[in-house]
Ligand binder design. Structure first.
Ligand code: ATP
Ligand code: MG
Length: 383
């Protein structure tokens, strides 16, 4: 059996560099590796609605933003099926049946859901207490790990390339698969998570230094930000608060500028952007990021210099993405066409799994041959 990928993003905003290093860059590499038989990339609008129920327009408008980001990063409709979750109703049906296999207590233990409940102001201990006490936790949001299990299993995904925050979701999916297969017979495929190999990419921090760059936190550098916007954000980034004078020794650990460099910098950048390290007071020649870090730790290397370099490094990746996006923005019907066709392909695939699931669960009464069998058996019974 060939390897299959399923992954996706919520259309709650444009995609940012955290998505890029955590998942998107990897997807494009995997897509082009030729090692995967099928690749499904989902825009999770139904999931986005679980915590944006009152804001359907936001979700609707962000479908195209995410799709534009996909295509400009190099996802290729000839190799990857890009689709919209809500257009594949089989996914909702699967989730309904999987709900019987998961306990409320198990969902309550999910650390990502716990953190998100607080972040979104759904719980009593949320940051915004006044708002949160009124809100409560929407049932749909609470159960989204189950819906994610349907998304993954519907496509018989073997591999799910995602950021670290998704680990508990994949674990939940694996549990559902095992429970389903042991209860109803071998039907579903157990997926593996594929995490970024570089530690900085597991969970890229925000420009404010917060643990995760997230659309919902407003601490993002977007793939579609202009060069000016990127520079303004880089300039305002946190470094080491103890690094007051250029001559002071600086800390690299927990310094977001260095975390971003860890995620984006390649050796070729040192030749290409040599000028960034030429200053009025001091100049340096570096050939690797380790050398930059050593100098920063020793002192004498200013924050402006490393920010300038980071800015150049980021734009080196972002400029081609921006250019492709500009072209695609002129051809929106094409982008929707990709999504419509992708959704049709995805639906056909999910329908096969749903049929197998219903068969295993003995709720396939009117499928070919099933009723005949049932009638034969029950006619005997009622004789
Ligand atoms: P939201 O705040 O609406 O949840 P988000 O920014 O967390 O948005 P998602 O759509 O939930 O983005 O995540 C899509 C994918 O990107 C997931 O695989 C997730 O692990 C990955 N991802 C998101 N943020 C980061 C990050 N800061 N670092 C690494 N990977 C990330
Ligand atoms: Mg998220």
């Amino acid at each position: 059996m060939g390897k299959v990928i399923l992954t996706g993003d919520r259309p709650t905003g444009r995609l940012h560099i955290g998505h890029y290093v955590g998942s998107l860059r990897r997807r494009v590499e995997l897509q082009n590796s030729g090692e995967y038989e099928k690749i499904f990339i989902m825009i999770a609008d139904a999931q986005a609605l679980t915590d944006n129920a009152g804001n359907p327009e936001k979700v609707r408008q962000n479908i195209i933003e995410v799709a534009l980001d996909y295509l400009s990063c190099g996802l290729d409709p000839a190799k990857s099926t890009m689709f919209i979750q809500s257009q594949v109703s089989e996914l909702t049906e699967l989730a309904f049946y999987y709900m019987n296999l998961v306990t409320v207590q198990r969902l309550q233990r999910n650390p990502t859901v716990k953190a998100e409940i607080i972040m979104r102001g759904f719980a009593e201990n949320s940051e915004d207490e006044a708002a949160s006490n009124k809100k409560g936790i929407p049932v749909g949001f609470f159960t989204y790990p189950i819906s994610q299990a349907s998304d993954i299993t519907a496509f018989r995904a073997t591999t799910v390339p995602v950021g670290e925050d998704q680990e508990p979701m994949i674990e939940q999916t694996r549990e559902i698969v095992r429970k389903f297969n042991s209860t109803y017979g071998e039907t579903l495929v157990e997926p593996e998570i594929l995490l970024p190999s570089n530690a900085a990419c597991l969970r890229l921090p925000g420009t404010d230094g917060k643990a995760k760059m997230s659309k919902s936190l407003g601490n993002c550098i977007y793939l579609s930000d202009s060069a000016e916007e990127v520079w303004a954000k880089v300039k305002g980034m946190f470094t080491d608060p103890g690094h007051l004078q250029v001559s002071d020794p600086g800390k690299v650990e927990g310094n977001t500028v260095f975390t971003y460099l860890d995620a984006f910098c390649r050796d070729e950048h040192f030749g290409k952007f040599r000028d960034c390290f030429v200053g009025k007071k001091a100049s340096f020649t570096f050939n690797s990021l380790d050398e930059v870090k050593a100098q920063y730790r020793a002192g004498g290397l200013g924050d402006m210099m490393i920010k300038n370099f980071l800015n150049a490094v980021l734009n080196d990746t972002l400029e081609p993405i921006r250019q492709r996006r500009k072209e695609l923005e002129k051809n929106l019907p094409y982008v929707y066409d990709v999504l419509r066709k992708g959704s049709q392909v995805a639906q056909a695939e999910a329908a096969k799994t749903l049929a197998a699931v219903k068969h295993a669960m003995k709720i396939d009464y009117f499928e070919k041959g099933v009723l005949e069998e049932l009638l034969k058996e029950q006619t005997e019974k009622f004789k």
